[in-house]
Design a protein around this ligand. Structure first.
Ligand code: 13P
Length: 253
């Protein structure tokens, strides 16, 4: 089964409106055909409307978070239905920064995954271990639990509509990338968990990205592995040329 590569930029809390618009104009005509590589920009919520309006044929826009409830008294929050009504196609869920600073848990990740899929938004479900766990040699156990909890009560049909991102916390924003072997090994383990939950065919189709200090220099080696289907990129997604280099590297996948 050939899985279509996906490069997703996660801008985090960077850029102003003008920067965001300049970026989308710069990349629109340049990114490869979406049938070959999917290019996604996950932007701060305030930019989403403008970016969706200006996205080209081959770039898709994602949010960085959402609430799991359909609606309600949740001041400051945004629902999946609201994102959908603006034409947002992806949403990052369970990013380690949200787990660390904003109280995201495996349980809310699960609820958000289900809410996103119900609105036909593709969740990019993030998992990953801190340095102590990597050093203790228990990465697989921790990541396995994160995946099992994220996919609780999720049907095989819905699991197919999701993307996983393996982002070891020690590699995020540190300049220390997991080696292609380390990243691929953990991603193979994630695929095994999905296989146990949903069978071989589903596990073989779900895209699993690597994230954590991906840049224009290391992307090719990461993508040359058997099971890494793309990248979730922070810092190196902020510059249009850098983002385009990453997306073009995925053409060789
Ligand atoms: P960096 O690429 O800046 O390490 O960030 C990775 C990340 O957290 C993407 O979601």
């Amino acid at each position: 089964m050939k899985r279509r590569p996906l490069i997703a930029g996660n801008w985090k809390m960077y850029k102003t409106k003008d920067d965001a618009l300049a970026f989308i104009y710069a990349v629109n005509q340049e990114v490869p055909d979406k049938e070959l590589v999917e290019s996604v920009i996950c932007a701060p919520a305030i930019f989403l409307r403008d970016l969706v309006k200006r996205e080209g044929e081959n770039v898709r826009i994602g949010a960085q978070n959402m609430h799991y409830a359909a609606e309600g008294a949740y001041t400051g929050e945004i629902s999946a239905g609201m994102l959908k009504s603006y034409g947002v196609d992806y949403v990052v869920i369970g990013h380690s920064e949200r787990r660390q600073y904003f109280g995201e848990t495996d349980e809310t990740v699960n609820l958000k995954l289900i809410a996103a899929v119900n609105q036909d938004i593709t969740p990019i479900v993030c998992v990953g271990e801190p340095l102590e766990i990597r050093e203790a040699g228990t990465t697989n156990t921790v990541v396995r639990k994160q995946i099992e909890k994220a996919y609780l009560n999720v049907t095989a049909q819905d699991a197919l509509k999701t993307v996983v991102a393996y982002e070891p916390i020690w590699a995020i924003g540190t300049g220390v990338t997991a080696t292609p072997e380390q990243a691929n090994e953990t991603i193979i383990e994630i695929r095994r968990v999905l296989e146990k939950l949903y069978g071989h065919d589903v596990a073989d189709q779900v895209r699993i990205l690597y994230g954590g200090s991906v840049n224009t220099k290391n992307v090719e080696a990461l993508l040359a592995t058997s099971d890494i289907d793309g990248a979730l990129v922070g810092g190196a997604s902020l510059d249009p040329n850098s983002f385009l280099t990453l997306v073009r590297a995925a053409l060789n996948k």
